[in-house]
Design a binder for this molecule. Structure first.
Ligand code: SAH
Ligand code: SF4
Length: 447
C-alpha cells in the first residue's frame, strides 16, 4: 500500500520553499501527500525559530500527535527546520517528546531520505544537525502551484542583528552560482511558471562570496532576459546595502516588479544601533526617497520590532514618526521575542507585556490608516493582476496580486488562475482592493 505523508510548515517563504524540497524528497521515496495527520505514515513539522510563537505551536502539535503514535506505533514523526537546528532546542524536543523519531536541522535536507529510512528501523530519536551537509544544489523541488515559484539565490545570513537567530540556524551566507540560478529560472519558465520570487535573508549581499563578485543587480538583469517569465520579485532587502544600481535595475527591468520589502525594524537611531542594523533612520529615509523618486508607482513594505530591550516611549515615537515619513504600503510589526544565544537576549527586558502590546496596537493603527490612504490613490485605476485563484472567503470571487503585491478581488465566471488580467479598481479597503475586469484594448506602457 502507498505510504502517506503529512507536512506542516511554519514560518517564512524560505521555510515554505524548504518544504517544497522536503515534499519532493519524500515523494521520490514513494510517499503520497495527505491533508490530515490521522491518515499519515510520516508526519513532518518544518519549524521556524525566528520568534517564540511558532516554537510554542510545535509543542502543541507534538502533544496532539502522541495519541496517533500510540494508535500506530509504525508512524514516523519528524521535526525539521530552524528549531531543530539549535542543539539546545533539539535536546529539549527529544526529552519532552521521547516518541519523536527524527529531529533534522536546516542543513540536513540532502540526508533526509536516509534519515527517514533509518528512523523507520530504530526505536530512539535520531538528531541530525551537522552543518557539513549544507550543500543542497541539485536537490529536487516539488513546486506548489503551476504559475509562480520561489527561487532561493542566497542561503544563510552573516549580519548578526542582535535580536535574530537566523545566522545561528541557517549558517553563513552562501550564494548560489549565477549559472545554476539562471538555469533553474529558465527551466521553470519553460514549464510555464511566469512569476518567480527570488529568496534570501539579504538578497543585496548576493554574489559577495562568489569568485568575480557578481552583484544582485547583475543577477536580476540576467533573469529579466528570460523568455516566458512575466514577473520577477525578490525579498528581503537589507537597508544597509541596498544599492543605487538595484534601484536602477528595478526601474528599467520590465519584468522586475515595483516592490521593495525593506525592513526598518525601528525608527530610533539608538535602538537601531543596539540592534546592530548598521544604518540610521536618516539613511533609511533617504533610501525610501530615492526608491520613490526613481521607480514610479513603487510599493515599499517593511518589518518593525516593537519593545526591543531598552525601547523608551521616545524611541517608540521615533518609529511612529518614521512610519509617517516613509509611508509604507504595509508594515508587519512584531513584539520583540528574546531568542537564545543572540546578543540581545543578554539585555534586560525593560517593558511589561501589556506595554509592548499597547505600543504594537498604536503602531498598527497608524499603519492601517496609511495603508488605506495609499490604496485610495488606486481607486479608478486599471492595474495588471496575476490571478491566484478563488478568494478564500467566497468561491465566486477570484483574487490576484498587482505587480506591487497588493491583493485584489474581482468577479469572473471563468477560472483565470495563473493568467495575467487587467482590472479596474472600484473599491478600496485597508487590506485589499475590489475591482472589475477591464476589457478595454491593451495599451502598452513602457516603464
Ligand atoms: N532577513 C530579514 C528578516 C528575517 S526575519 C531582514 O533582515 O529583514 C523576519 C522578521 O522577523 C524580521 O524582519 C524582524 O522584524 C522579525 N524578527 C526577527 N527576529 C525577531 C525577534 N527576536 N523578535 C521579534 N521579531 C523578530
Ligand atoms: Fe536576521 Fe538581520 Fe540576518 Fe535579517 S539580516 S536574517 S534580521 S540577522
Amino acid at each position: 500500500m502507498t505510504k502517506k505523508y503529512h507536512l506542516i510548515t511554519l514560518g517564512c517563504q524560505m521555510n515554505e520553499h524548504d518544504s517544497e524540497v522536503i515534499s519532493a524528497l519524500v515523494e521520490n521515496m514513494g510517499y503520497l501527500a495527505v491533508q490530515t495527520p490521522d491518515d499519515a505514515d510520516l508526519i513532518i513539522i518544518n519549524t521556524c525559530a525566528v520568534r517564540k510563537k511558532p516554537e510554542d505551536k510545535v509543542a502543541s502539535l507534538l502533544g496532539k500527535f502522541a495519541a496517533l503514535k500510540i494508535e500506530k506505533p509504525d508512524l514516523i514523526i519528524a521535526v525539521g527546520g530552524g528549531m531543530s537546528q539549535q542543539e539546545d532546542a533539539a535536546k529539549y524536543l527529544k526529552n519532552r517528546f521521547p516518541y519523536l523519531d527524527l529531529i533534522f536541522g536546516t542543513h540536513a535536507l540532502s540526508r533526509l531520505p536516509d534519515l527517514i529510512n533509518e528512523a523507520g528501523s530504530r526505536r530512539n530519536t535520531i538528531i541530525e544537525i551537522d552543518e557539513s551537509y549544507a550543500d543542497r544544489e541539485g536537490l529536487p523541488v516539488a513546486h506548489s502551484g503551476g504559475f509562480k515559484a520561489w527561487l532561493p539565490v542566497i542561503y544563510g545570513c552573516d549580519n548578526y542583528c542582535s535580536y535574530c537567530i537566523v545566522p545561528y540556524v541557517r549558517g553563513r551566507e552562501r550564494s548560489r552560482a549565477m549559472t545554476d540560478i539562471i538555469a533553474e529560472a529558465g527551466k521553470l519558465a519553460s514549464q510555464g511558471y511566469i512569476e518567480l520570487t527570488l529568496l534570501g535573508q539579504n538578497v543585496n549581499s548576493y554574489g559577495q562570496d562568489l569568485p568575480g563578485q557578481v552583484t544582485f543587480s547583475e543577477l536580476l538583469a540576467e533573469l529579466n532576459q528570460i523568455e516566458g517569465l512575466e514577473r520577477i520579485r525578490f525579498m528581503t532587502s537589507h537597508p544597509k546595502d541596498l544599492s543605487t544600481d538595484l534601484i536602477e535595475t528595478v526601474k528599467n527591468g520590465e519584468k522586475i516588479c515595483e516592490h521593495f520589502h525593506l525592513p526598518v525594524q525601528s525608527g530610533s537611531n539608538r535602538i537601531l544601533e543596539a540592534m546592530n542594523r548598521r544604518y540610521t533612520r536618516e539613511h533609511y529615509l533617504e533610501l525610501v526617497n530615492s526608491i520613490n523618486r526613481n521607480v514610479p508607482g513603487v510599493s515599499i513594505t517593511s518589518d518593525i520590532i516593537v519593545g526591543f530591550p531598552g525601547e523608551e516611549e521616545e524611541d517608540f515615537l521615533s518609529t511612529v514618526d518614521l512610519l509617517e515619513k516613509a509611508r509604507f504600503d504595509n508594515a508587519f510589526s512584531f513584539l520583540y521575542s528574546p531568542r537564545i544565544n543572540t546578543a540581545a537576549s543578554e539585555l534586560a527586558d525593560t517593558l511589561t507585556h501589556a506595554e509592548k502590546e499597547n505600543r504594537l496596537q498604536r503602531l498598527n493603527q497608524v499603519q492601517h490608516r496609511i495603508s488605506k490612504e495609499i490604496n485610495e490613490n488606486l481607486a479608478g485605476q486599471t492595474v495588471e493582476l496575476l490571478v491566484e485563484g478563488e478568494s478564500k472567503a467566497n468561491s465566486e470571487i477570484q483574487s490576484g496580486r498587482t505587480r506591487t503585491n497588493k491583493l485584489v478581488h474581482f468577479k469572473s465566471n471563468k477560472d483565470l488562475t495563473g493568467k495575467l488580467v487587467r482590472v479596474k479598481i472600484t473599491e478600496v479597503r485597508t487590506w485589499n482592493l475590489i475591482g472589475e475586469i477591464d476589457h478595454a484594448p491593451w495599451q502598452f506602457q513602457p516603464k
